[in-house]
Design a protein around this ligand. Sequence first.
Ligand SMILES: Nc1ncnc2c1ncn2[C@@H]1O[C@H](COP(=O)(O)OP(=O)(O)O)[C@@H](O)[C@H]1O
Ligand SMILES: [Mg+2]
Length: 389
Amino acid sequence: MPISLLVASSDPHFRESIAESLLNVPTAKMISEYPEVSSNLYIRVLQDLERHPEAALIVDLASDPEGALKVMEKVKQAAPDLYVIASNYHADGETVIASLRAGANDFLVQPLKRIEFRDAMARLERTPRRTSVTTSRLGKVYSFLGVKGGVGTTTLAVNFAGVLAQRKQQVVLVDLDFTANECAMQTGTSPQHSLTEVGENLSRMDQALFEGFVTRDPLGFFLVGPPDQVEQRPIFTEPMFREFANFLVEKYESVVIDAGRWLSDEVALAALQSSSTVFVVLTQDLAAIRNAQRYIAALMRLGFNQDQIKTVVNRYQKKPGANLATLEQIQSTLNQTVFYGILSSPAASAALNKGRPFVADREAAADLNRAFRAFVDKATGAKQALKTA
Ligand SMILES: Nc1ncnc2c1ncn2[C@@H]1O[C@H](COP(=O)(O)OP(=O)(O)O)[C@@H](O)[C@H]1O
Ligand SMILES: [Mg+2]
């Protein structure tokens, strides 16, 4: 059976050296690179194992051995029969024993030597591995990332959460666009609490406490976001987000994130990194398409894989006017299949003015509702891929 590898290391040289070593092992390939060895790693690993149940994981301990061992332990708890190879510059007794105790099946010394790597792959190949697809018990994380303001990122995130809630899922919508706070506006609420309180109470967080804090939309999803005062950025750090994400995926079926358009924000980036799917939202105008190119390139540099990234053209017009590109032109410019085109409809802004998601009123916007629900079906795998609206 061919070997599929997941590689977690904050060191790009290490990941490159694995890629190079793999050139000598034709039966093996790297299917995911994780540029961080963080407490969220198990979320991504479980997501990838759903697609590649046979995969094995290599964890680089070098930059923070103690932290990495904890991460590895957590991954092994979540996926006990995952084959894990630990790696570090030292292979002294203590290091190796600590790795074994954290659940490693094998150990590789750095710098990697071609023969040793090949032997490790041979040992892996001889070990029976999982073949059946197991659906992870963790919730799915869907992020919406706009390539510029006004493309409809918030609209899509809010309505996506709305449809999942209508389908009786346990859903949390997290607004990480700290300057805007527009999820609250689009749902017509003024939340009493924000991510600031979430951050302050993380150590004692449980479902009852969380649901006491946050707003419940009439459609059934929970909403949490930044404080309403624009001069106040919540004290909500990247490590806090990671811990919060672990709580969310363990307790809720779906987490929907409005990531704004901030790839440079470390909290938003951590959110994208924990996502099963990142919807890159654009429109048909030149500026959006050019930005989409830059965003997709950046996501690739940051180690995201093609499975995770889905481009969505919002306010889509099949017969675009002057200065707007067709779907085909967008696909060839981005060198990407557009995952979905969500039709442009005045019902979207009408809903925004009412302060209620358009999915709350199916009749008022029948076309948009139909198109949007088909998008949700395709995105969640609820139905067979439907063709572009
Ligand atoms: N499919 C659509 N058709 C028409 N207008 C839309 C659509 N989606 C969003 N809009 C409108 O575009 C504007 C910007 O939407 P918003 O969700 O705030 O974007 P962003 O979060 O990217 O800044 C709003 O007026 C919204 O009603
Ligand atoms: Mg927005």
